[in-house]
Design a protein around this ligand. Structure first.
Ligand code: MG
Ligand code: MG
Length: 239
């Protein structure tokens, strides 16, 4: 799984380096696609339930599952979430990151920092014996304390031979509840955090998820393996 994770993480680094004002989200998807394929893996998202691209690219008020498009161009001040999966030797990696296009507003910066901060804080605390609800509660509290809201309709998940497996890993909930983490479990933890209200809606294309109030949304994700002593970040771009 580390092999899949390394390619996944590397594809996100390549995406981050390529992002610039005026670029289409289609061209950004091509960079992710070419990176994954040139490293001998398959893009996990391409044709997954009919998804037409290798990366989900979600700009500003798009929360997740944005479909790359030749006509959608990145503008200075945008935030763009890139979600990537790679499949190799029978296993998937799944990771996401929100990038800034040039200079962004202070509020956008704070939203990105809070979302990523909650993921990093979760990674610091994960160890065997902990419950899924402990992760959920930590992420919820971390972001709500900073004035942001947690998307309810979409959650993290187990990952392995399938892209989405049990257990669900919500970004909200109660400490002390839910399944216990045991060594060998691999989960994708992925806070999806809105600047304004938590409510989201799915566009008629059946994929694109947007905030109802039009506020910005950020998304950070890592595939994490529970070890006997703690956690290993499977989608870290390097050791
Ligand atoms: Mg993902
Ligand atoms: Mg995921």
């Amino acid at each position: 799984m580390r092999k899949a994770g390394l390619i996944t993480g590397g594809a996100l680094v390549a995406a981050g380096k390529a992002i610039h004002e005026g670029m289409s989200t289609y061209d950004l998807d091509r960079i992710v696609h070419d990176y994954i394929v040139s490293h001998g893996a398959k893009p996990s998202f391409l044709h997954y339930n009919g998804f037409p691209a290798s990366a989900c690219i979600s700009v500003n008020d798009t929360v997740i599952h944005g479909i790359p498009s030749k006509t959608e161009k990145l503008k200075k001040g945008d935030i763009v979430s890139v979600d990537v999966g790679a499949y190799i030797d029978g296993y998937h990696g799944d990771s996401a990151r929100t990038f800034a296009v040039g200079e962004i507003s202070e509020k956008a910066r704070a939203l990105m920092e809070s979302t990523e901060g909650s993921l990093l804080e979760a990674i610091k605390t994960i160890q065997p014996g902990m419950r899924i609800g402990d992760i959920s509660a930590l992420i919820q509290q971390f972001n709500e304390e900073r004035g942001f809201s947690v998307v309810r309709e979409f959650v993290g998940h187990g990952v392995g031979r399938n892209l989405h497996e049990d257990p669900e890993v919500p970004n909200y909930g109660k400490a002390g509840h839910g399944p216990r983490l045991i060594p060998g479990m691999v989960i994708a933890v992925e806070p999806m955090i809105n600047e304004g209200k938590a409510a989201v809606r799915v566009l008629p294309d059946g994929w694109t998820v947007k905030t109802v109030d039009g506020s910005l949304s950020a998304h950070f994700e890592h595939t994490l393996a529970v070890t006997s002593t703690g956690v290993r970040v499977m989608t870290a771009p390097e050791e």
